[in-house]
Design a binder for this molecule. Structure first.
Ligand SMILES: *Cc1c(COP(=O)(O)O)cnc(C)c1O
Length: 365
């Protein structure tokens, strides 16, 4: 069976370095808010070209804390609106609604799967305070039109960079372009910890200082609390693992591009719609997502041929039971995407043989 993602094989590449990192933390006797986190924040700031990095417990918290900080700073208030792509993973939407803000869903571009900038402006009202753009599947979602809209309407641009570590636009890395960005280091992400972890990147010092307190009970100084904060810290052992994994991310991206380019060149089946790439550097291929009318039949066929595929995602946020108030809304492009997408196996550790088997199965379908 060709696995969708072989995490065991991915982390086995760095086994000695990871064990050394774990031992270092165990022996140090210091497990939270220490040297490993400080080092990772510096390394990741350099990697993203962002001034400030705040390690937090996970990607959802990174996004939640950005909006929470904007509320504390008086930039936003409960009941304000945030524009978000309708086809995103539910975490983007949870980060908005958890803060008492209202998600305003906008359709994506059907070929790119990211926000369609030409559809943003009609969704803006006097309550709109931000756009949460999602670099879905690893591809940059920012364009000139989006930046111009933010400027014209005085909106904050927040990036959901959970899937796009290292993707660039005009030479800038995702997470350094908007006002703030949330990153996830969930084990299956391109830069994955061996447990939960996340980070906020920003160039805004005031926002960074606020989040620094909010992630730690709203406190800069022990037992003095200026905000009603959270406990959302990135622990030392995960930071130590991330320092190891970050050293190899550029190579991982190149390997992913190699697999993706092979798929793009060799998959030839008129029933299958291949993903569109805006430019090579703008895509880090967190997921290779194809579209086909009878998606479930193809998934079964692939499974019968020993190839595991996944669906990202089967149900859009506005159709989830968690958001009953939005269930009646209709987003035809988003709903079509959720009916037709299928993600192929893609990782830096796939063998040439495995990649060829995936292509062969699809071409014979
Ligand atoms: C994974 C993911 C998140 C949430 O990250 P966690 O670390 O799992 O909390 C948010 N947004 C998107 C688009 C994601 O893929």
């Amino acid at each position: 069976m060709i696995k969708f993602l072989d995490l065991q094989k991915i982390n086995a590449q760095y086994e000695l370095e990871l064990k050394e990192a774990a031992n270092r933390v165990i022996d140090s006797g210091w497990y939270l808010m220490g040297k490993e986190l400080e080092t990772f924040e510096q390394n990741y700031a350099e990697f993203c070209g962002a001034k400030y990095v705040l390690g937090v417990a996970n990607g959802l918290d990174a996004l939640r804390l950005i909006f929470k900080a904007y509320i504390e700073l008086g930039v936003m208030k409960k009941g304000d609106e945030v524009i978000v792509p309708a086809n995103t993973y539910i975490a983007s939407v949870l980060a908005i609604s958890d803060n008492g803000l209202i998600p305003i869903f906008v359709e994506p571009n059907i070929n790119i799967y990211n926000l369609d900038s030409s559809k943003i402006e009609v969704a803006i009202t006097s309550k709109t305070k931000a756009i949460l753009t999602v670099h879905l599947y690893g591809q940059n979602s920012i364009d000139e039109q989006m930046l111009a809209i933010c400027k014209k309407h005085h909106l904050k641009l927040v990036e959901d960079s959970a899937q796009s570590h290292g993707a660039t636009w005009n030479g800038k890395v995702m997470g350094s372009i908007g006002d703030a960005a949330g990153h996830s280091f969930y084990p299956g992400k391109n830069l994955g910890a061996l447990g939960d972890a996340g980070a906020v990147t920003t160039n805004d010092e005031t926002l960074a200082k606020t989040i620094e307190a909010l992630r730690n009970y709203g406190s800069h100084k022990k037992y003095e609390n200026i905000y009603q904060g959270l406990n959302s810290r990135l622990d030392e052992i995960q930071a130590a693992f991330l320092n190891v994994k970050l050293k190899h991310i550029q190579n991982d991206i190149l390997e992913r591009r190699r697999v993706a380019n092979y798929y793009l060149e060799h998959i030839k089946n008129s029933a299958i719609i291949l993903p569109e790439v805006l430019n090579e550097e703008g895509h880090v291929w967190h997921l290779f997502v194809i579209r086909i009318k009878e998606r479930n039949a193809l998934q079964k066929y692939m499974n019968d041929n020993g190839i595991q595929t996944l669906i990202h995602y089967p149900i859009p946020p506005h159709k989830q039971l968690a958001y009953k108030q939005y269930n009646k809304l209709s987003f035809p492009i988003t709903e079509k995407i959720h009916r037709e997408v299928l993600s192929l196996p893609l990782s830096s550790v796939m063998t040439k043989e495995e990649i060829e088997m995936v292509v062969k199965a699809l071409n014979n379908y």
